[in-house]
Design a protein around this ligand. Structure first.
Ligand code: AQP
Length: 338
């Protein structure tokens, strides 16, 4: 349970480790936009320090960070309603992360599936930052005393670890200082899968560009990727249960439903019984209609990088009004002489 004494505050972030994907948009960004009109203060972040846990070319990182900021803005994040920041511009994230490195246990980190997936068989060669990633993520959230975190399904385990870190800190120091944050995992597309393999998450770092829809893809590219998406030979079912054992079909229907603001059941009432040859063009038209206004606006914003930088600088100043006092209190609790 979230301690009621905390102001309802949302924090979430996306890594500038590549271009924004449809997975990031449907699983996270779209919900970020909705939450800024609900009863929360909202803080959204490009997590550039997370991105460098795996190698990033410096010029690409710089460009991807601005492009991601453009993606947030073009999707509807309003800097008058939300605080929009780049992680490394608010140093209290990293400072609190150090304390959390000392609270979290090696065993907890070693059990994280993202660590196991990304480090692969050669964990010895992975960066220490990749191992400690969830402690920085906990700091991102808790430096704002955030009570709610909208994320895709893949981040559920990291959110549980954030709760464990908050509880252990509160317990060890006998305080009620950090909230036990609630994950917000909602909608028809909390886990968008690769277009080439229905068992793998759609990911910006997948080596196959055909596996994902990028938010910057043009209409022809989107249509081509959907046309080539892996499917099975059967027609679509009329009920959700009929998608069991058909991961690729399920994925395309989930995407269709999410883009149409429908449940899967509602979507199947429209498209059930259709062959993929008929359904794929419907999906492509829908995706283009929903995504092209965003990509057009992203392209326009990318022509004005100084405007993006100005928004991020202002966001960092607003953020630090929250983070500096919370870090000071955390240092005080831990016993650091100030
Ligand atoms: N395929 C997805 N379906 C639903 N939600 C997704 N998210 C990411 N992929 C999907 C959600 O997007 C938010 C930001 O994710 P991230 O950039 O911090 O890292 P990630 O989850 O590791 O995303 P990627 O695209 O797979 O990045 P790389 O390839 O760099 O690791 C999160 O809320 C996430 O749940």
């Amino acid at each position: 349970m979230t301690t009621p004494a905390f102001t309802p505050r949302v924090f979430s972030g996306i890594q500038p480790s590549g271009g924004l994907t449809l997975g990031n948009y449907l699983g996270a960004l779209r919900r970020f936009v909705q939450m800024q009109d609900e009863d929360y203060q909202t803080v959204y972040c490009m997590v550039d320090m997370h991105a460098i846990t795996v190698w990033q070319d410096p010029a690409d990182l710089r460009r991807n960070t601005r492009e991601l900021a453009a993606g947030f803005l073009a999707s509807g994040i309003d800097p008058e309603k939300s605080i929009l920041i780049n992680q490394s511009q608010v140093p209290e994230h990293a400072q609190l992360a150090w304390i959390f490195n000392c609270v979290a246990r090696m065993g907890w980190m070693g059990r994280m599936t993202q660590w196991k997936d990304k480090a692969g068989k050669n964990a010895e060669a992975a960066s220490l930052g990749l191992f400690a990633y969830p402690a920085l993520m906990a700091a991102d959230i808790l430096i704002y005393h955030a009570t709610h975190v909208p994320v895709g399904e893949d981040q559920k385990q990291h959110l549980e670890l954030t709760r464990d870190i908050a509880m252990k800190f509160n317990h060890d120091y006998k305080v009620d200082f950090f909230p036990v944050t609630e994950p917000v995992i909602e909608g028809a597309a909390t886990r968008v899968m690769s277009l080439r393999d229905g068992s793998k998450k759609m990911s910006k770092s997948d080596p196959s560009d055909a596996s994902r829809i990028n938010m910057t893809d043009d209409a022809d590219t989107i249509a081509k990727k959907i046309r080539k998406a892996k499917t099975d030979p059967d027609a679509l079912p009329s009920e959700a249960a009929g998608l069991d054992g058909r991961p690729e079909a399920r994925n395309l229907v989930n995407i269709y439903a999410a883009l149409n603001d429908q449940s899967v059941e509602e979507a199947l009432r429209d498209v059930g019984g259709r062959q993929f040859g008929e359904f794929k063009p419907m999906l492509a038209d829908l995706a283009v209609a929903k995504l092209s206004p965003i990509s057009t606006e992203m392209a326009r914003l990318m022509q004005e990088p100084e405007e993006i930088d100005r928004i991020l600088a202002r966001g960092a100043a607003q953020a630090r009004e929250i983070t500096v006092p919370i870090l000071e209190q955390a240092y005080e609790i831990v016993g650091m002489v100030r």
